[in-house]
Design a protein around this ligand. Structure first.
Ligand code: URA
Length: 235
């Protein structure tokens, strides 16, 4: 495999024939210069989790802590996500977590680094990495958290407020869906937070059902394959 390329589309065009593995993608993305965000971020924060995950969860971009640690969802939004996954019966260690944009975009306010939403161009520049991650994993379900992830994968017209929780037809995976970003729940006023968490967990439970249905279907196919031909079947 060739060395990491400054332009992800160019590198990924070469990678497409090669079926790049996640570790090859991670190494290449570390040197990405496809937009200006690498100049301010500490490092590329690539996705993390098992390469055979059934569920890929896509956030917006790494935050302050993720930027420093080099891992997605290790701050307050990640803690809420972990708790909600567990409550929905999903094992957080079996989920692959990633982001639509892989560098932290921020402005300085005093000593603090304040999150800024990525621009459309920054999201577009990073999309080849996200597509390549999903292709390498081939999950059953892709869950987008918030508008940036949802619009990157499902189109600029996608509205989480309208289509939240619904399965959207997509070549990316058998089930693709979107819900709110857990950071919006962390920021919600106390009076609204409990209800917001309940709705979020309900969305994750639907994802758990899709994973369950698919796993059951797969088991059925396996057991049908293992059955001897029925007595009435012609040779
Ligand atoms: N928010 C995100 O969208 N991604 C992270 O990795 C952390 C917070």
């Amino acid at each position: 495999m060739q060395e990491a390329h400054a332009e992800p589309s160019t590198w990924l065009a070469a990678a497409a024939d090669h079926h790049a593995s996640l570790s090859e993608l991670r190494r290449a993305a570390a040197g990405c210069r496809a937009c200006e965000l690498w100049k301010r971020g500490t490092q590329t924060v690539f996705g993390a989790g098992p390469s055979d995950a059934l569920l890929v969860i896509v956030g917006e971009q790494p935050g302050d802590r993720e930027d420093l640690r080099g891992q997605p969802f290790v701050g307050p939004a990640g803690a809420l996500l972990d708790r909600a996954l567990a409550e929905a019966g999903l094992d957080p260690t079996r989920v692959y977590l990633t982001n639509a944009v892989k560098h932290f975009k921020w402005i300085a306010r005093g000593k603090r680094r304040i999150h800024q939403h990525p621009s459309r161009n920054e999201v577009r520049a990073c999309r080849p990495w996200l597509h390549a991650e999903i292709a390498a994993i081939a999950p059953r379900v892709v869950l987008c958290l918030g508008a940036t992830a949802a619009q990157s994968l499902l189109g600029a017209d996608f509205r989480v407020s309208v289509a939240r929780g619904a399965a959207v037809a997509s070549p990316l995976a058998p089930f693709v869906t979107a819900t709110v970003h857990p950071a919006s729940i962390v920021r919600a006023p106390d009076a609204d937070r409990r209800r917001a968490v309940r709705r979020f967990v309900a969305d994750l439970k639907r994802v758990a059902e899709w994973l369950g249905e698919d796993a059951r279907r797969e088991q059925q196919v396996e057991s049908d394959r293992a059955k001897p031909p029925s007595a009435g079947a012609k040779a």
